[in-house]
Write a protein that binds this ligand. Structure first.
Ligand code: PEP
Length: 266
């Protein structure tokens, strides 16, 4: 079965009511691939529809703008949180629960972004608990993994990435609602994109790891997307690789270039 191409936009801690509204209006009016998205609720239940021309699009504004985005964004484009907590409710000041996301019509969350792993010191075990909670509550997970420059130079890329994934595999058996985002830290927001070969190599190794650790089915069906300085200029080559099933886009998702990235399979 063909894996559906997936493009996520991570707005990070950027924007204002006006700026986010402008982005929403831009997406609503853009000439997107007619195959983009599907009608609302279907999106979550059928991640792996049998067509390689359909691109699934998900945007992740900061928490404050999630509801605004969901309310005004066109149907067929889903909205993701950038994080979620693993407890159902209670005295957890500053956190947002899975059920609160669902209540607000949010169907995805990013987890394990390197900015949270490094700056907020989130460990793989916490990310695994959050992943389990999100999936149990019916929220899809864009699970980010990736190595630092020092780790790459020490030939530890695959070891690091598979250890990050293994923490999740200890708690989660069903990977059908996980999209893995391979994001080398040295490529995020730096303008240094991984070469198509570097990205394809790691994606291939992740697929091999899925086959040996999770299941053959997970290896064949899980989308593995690339993130790290993706632009409208470099996305086309990356998208030709057999194990690259889409992109997680940071900086360029705030610009009209995002439409061209979404349309890369057109
Ligand atoms: C990201 O934040 O997930 C990302 C890939 O950022 P950028 O595209 O700006 O490198």
């Amino acid at each position: 079965m063909a894996r559906r191409f997936f493009v996520g936009g991570n707005f990070k801690m950027n924007g204002s009511v006006k700026a986010i509204t402008d982005i929403i209006n831009g997406l609503n009016n853009a000439q997107l691939d007619p195959n983009v998205g599907m009608s609302g609720a279907d999106c979550f239940v059928d991640h792996n529809r049998e067509s390689d021309t359909v691109t699934e699009v998900v945007v992740a504004p900061s928490a404050l703008y999630l509801m605004l985005t969901r309310e005004h964004l066109r149907q067929g484009i889903e909205v993701a949180a950038q994080n979620v907590f693993d407890r159902p409710n209670g005295a957890f000041t500053g956190e947002i629960s899975v059920s609160q996301l669902k209540d607000a019509g949010i169907t995805w969350t990013i987890l394990g972004h390197s900015e949270r792993r490094v700056i907020l010191q989130e460990e793989s075990t916490l990310i695994a608990r959050k992943t389990e909670a999100a999936l149990n509550g019916g929220i899809g997970v864009i699970l980010c993994v990736g190595e630092s420059l020092e780790q790459r130079e020490a030939n530890k890329t695959i070891e690091v990435v598979t250890a990050q994934l293994a923490a999740v595999a200890e708690r989660v058996k069903d990977w059908s609602k996980i999209v893995i985002a391979y994001e080398p830290i040295w490529a995020i927001g730096t303008g240094k994109v991984a070469t198509t070969q570097q990205a394809q190599e790691v994606h291939y190794e992740i697929r091999k790891w899925l086959a040996s650790t999770v299941s053959q089915e997970a290896s064949e069906n899980t989308r593995i997307i690339y993130g790290g300085s993706v632009t409208d200029k470099n996305c086309r080559d990356l998208a030709t690789q057999p194990d690259i099933d889409g992109f997680l886009v940071g900086g360029a998702s705030l610009k009209p270039a995002f439409f061209d990235i979404v349309n890369v399979k057109r």
